[in-house]
Design a protein around this ligand. Sequence first.
Ligand SMILES: Cc1cc2nc3c(=O)[nH]c(=O)nc-3n(C[C@H](O)[C@H](O)[C@H](O)COP(=O)(O)OP(=O)(O)OC[C@H]3O[C@@H](n4cnc5c(N)ncnc54)[C@H](O)[C@@H]3O)c2cc1C
Length: 274
Amino acid sequence: NSVKSVVIIGGGLIGIKTAIALQKRGLDVTVIELQNRILPQVLDLIASLIITEILYKKGIKIITNTSVISIEGKNKRVEYVRLLTGGRISCEMVIICIGVRPNVDFLSGSGIKINQGIIANKYLQTNISNVYVAGDVAEVYDLLLKKHSLHPIWPAATEQGRIAGYNMCGIKTFYPGTIISNAFRIENLNIISAGIIEPPDNQEYKSIVVYDKKRQIYKKVVIKKDKPVGMIFVNDISGAGSIIKAIKQAQPIDISETDLYYSKLSKIFKNFIL
Ligand SMILES: Cc1cc2nc3c(=O)[nH]c(=O)nc-3n(C[C@H](O)[C@H](O)[C@H](O)COP(=O)(O)OP(=O)(O)OC[C@H]3O[C@@H](n4cnc5c(N)ncnc54)[C@H](O)[C@@H]3O)c2cc1C
């Protein structure tokens, strides 16, 4: 309770939520982010800047394109951190929020196949037939990346838990795979993002974007050929669930900026039951 200043290493979802919570408690908060923007895994530059502006107005300091190389102090108390790009920031507390990693060490020598996480097949079974896997620790098929990867979010964990449970009971249930998606709220803004939010510089991809600065509404749908592969909705999330469904089902869409702005989904989806 006596701490007055904090450095948060990592400007992802957990780092930013922590920053807001501590700022509300009256602490002087600085967020250090390695990439060129906060929330880099879930927002593109424009959406990230909308959030950055809100945080700046609250007095939260954000330093991007750098990291912390050492945490310094005396008598077991933190006094400052040194930055990779030079300089130091005084603080009495450091919180490290640089991502999650499955704890799979206890499985070494078990014969269970592990990459970053435990590798799951289409029935969420590991390579050992009576061992199943679900949740943050599972490496499952990603429908967009077309390879196995981690999806450490709650909806993926519960769906996988249910399907692994069915299969363990002998009710054969196929797990098609998933995509990365996040729904969260920062101050008064509801935000949903999913899939590929920053497409590669490649003619196969195009982005439909609308940005109403005054109303803090930002919407982007990334399309590969004629199929949606990613989206960001800020401060107007109507229809976001349908777009996520279309991404998962590889459903073609035909969408204009106006349709997107007004969420005219019946026009967007052809032959698609919402
Ligand atoms: C700070 C934070 C905020 C989050 N916010 C969101 C959010 O807003 N939305 C969202 O969708 N997701 C969020 N997540 C992610 C979400 O919590 C996880 O995806 C979800 O909890 C995964 O469920 P799980 O059962 O796989 O793992 P967990 O919920 O982590 O449960 C695993 C359990 O297994 C125990 N355990 C670990 N190792 C062993 C072992 N060797 N033997 C026995 N037990 C063991 C652990 O102690 C733990 O109780 C957040 C995560 C964090 C950390």
